[in-house]
Design a protein around this ligand. Structure first.
Ligand SMILES: [Zn+2]
Ligand SMILES: [Zn+2]
Length: 332
């Protein structure tokens, strides 16, 4: 099969992925092999190829928003059938027995494996996944529009839950990439008022089209406070701004896996029971809930399509914050 393989991290502009022939993987016990139709590109892929995340497994094939068809099953599979259309997301496998797994916090499992980081991902024509970690994809979502839902959507949804968003809340979104433009549609569906703070005219336009009541960059704040704020941009300097924006008793959740250092800030920004939270990974429950919600609410990903061969171009565009919505690799 053809695959984009990372041997050593480097800046996106240096195009560290190698376009290679690799043996098609054989599913092990309890695993399914998935023929990749589409794979979304996530900012986390950029953190992988650029080495912002520690890379315990090299070489590695990135990509963790995969939609494809099961074309082989290992011994002992009972859940999936050949020909099933499934998604493969960031959470590749957990241990199932540690205290986190037993508490239903499998996103925190210390022995978890992650697709496209510590297990080969979907920048390839095929990959394998433990069958219990394959995500059902509702029929009404196309391959292209389902892919970015699997991380941008699912983790964005988890960030909303971590921010304890209630229907009708006023919610601030900081950064407006793949995740925020999906989350925005959930918030609208829930009857929330959404303000968006982001850089770039294209992001401003998309936020307005999707119904934001106020759009600007973080140099000015909208009038009035927000009940919840979600920070998508990987910029630590936005954290004090987010705390300035949220009302007493409100919550700020940080949706990224990587963030530049957070500057010191005065305690008065946190005082009066404001809460600041990170969002780590995802659970299968998050994925099932969000995929069902996406189908019910008619959530549509705005997609920029790239060939698998051109994955480097997609990643450079993400690095330059130059994607309207989400970048998706059309593989087959
Ligand atoms: Zn565990
Ligand atoms: Zn992701």
């Amino acid at each position: 099969m053809r695959a984009q393989v990372l041997h050593a991290p480097n800046r996106a502009e240096q195009r560290p992925l190698a376009w290679e022939d690799r043996p098609i993987p054989t599913p092990g016990d309890g695993e399914a092999r998935v023929r990749v139709h589409t794979c979304g590109c996530c900012r986390t892929d950029l953190h992988v190829i650029e080495g912002d995340l520690e890379l315990p497994v090299l070489p590695i094939i990135p990509g963790h928003q995969v939609v494809g068809t099961v074309d082989a099953l290992g011994e002992g599979c009972t859940r999936l059938r050949l020909g099933d259309r499934v998604g493969v997301a960031w959470l590749h496998q957990t241990c199932g027995v540690c205290p986190y797994c037993r508490r239903g916090e499998e996103n925190l499992c210390e022995r978890a494996r992650f697709t496209g980081w510590t297990a080969d991902g979907g920048y390839a024509e095929a990959l394998t996944v433990p069958e219990g970690f394959a995500i059902r994809v509702p029929d009404r979502l196309s391959d292209l529009e389902a892919a970015p839902l699997l991380c941008a959507g699912v983790i964005g949804y988890r960030a909303l839950r971590r921010a304890e968003v209630q229907p009708g809340d006023r919610v601030g979104l900081m950064g407006f990439g793949a995740s925020a433009h999906l989350v925005m549609q959930v918030l609208t569906y829930w009857g929330c008022d959404v303000v968006v703070l982001t850089r770039g005219e294209r992001h401003h336009d998309l936020a307005r089209e999707l119904g934001a009541s106020w759009v600007g960059d973080a140099s000015e704040l909208p009038p009035g406070a927000c009940d919840r704020v979600v920070v998508f941009a990987p910029a630590g300097e936005l954290v004090p701004v987010a705390l300035q924006l949220v009302r007493p008793g409100g919550v700020v959740s940080l949706a990224g896996i990587h963030m530049s250092p957070i500057p010191t800030f005065d305690y008065s920004l946190l005082w009066r029971e404001r809460t600041l939270r990170s969002v780590a990974n995802m659970t299968r429950r998050d994925a099932d809930e969000f995929m069902a919600l996406a189908a019910e609410a008619g959530i549509r990903a705005e997609v920029e399509r790239y060939a698998l061969e051109d994955a480097a171009d997609a990643l450079i565009a993400i690095a330059h914050d130059d994607i309207r919505g989400a970048a998706v690799l059309a593989v087959a």
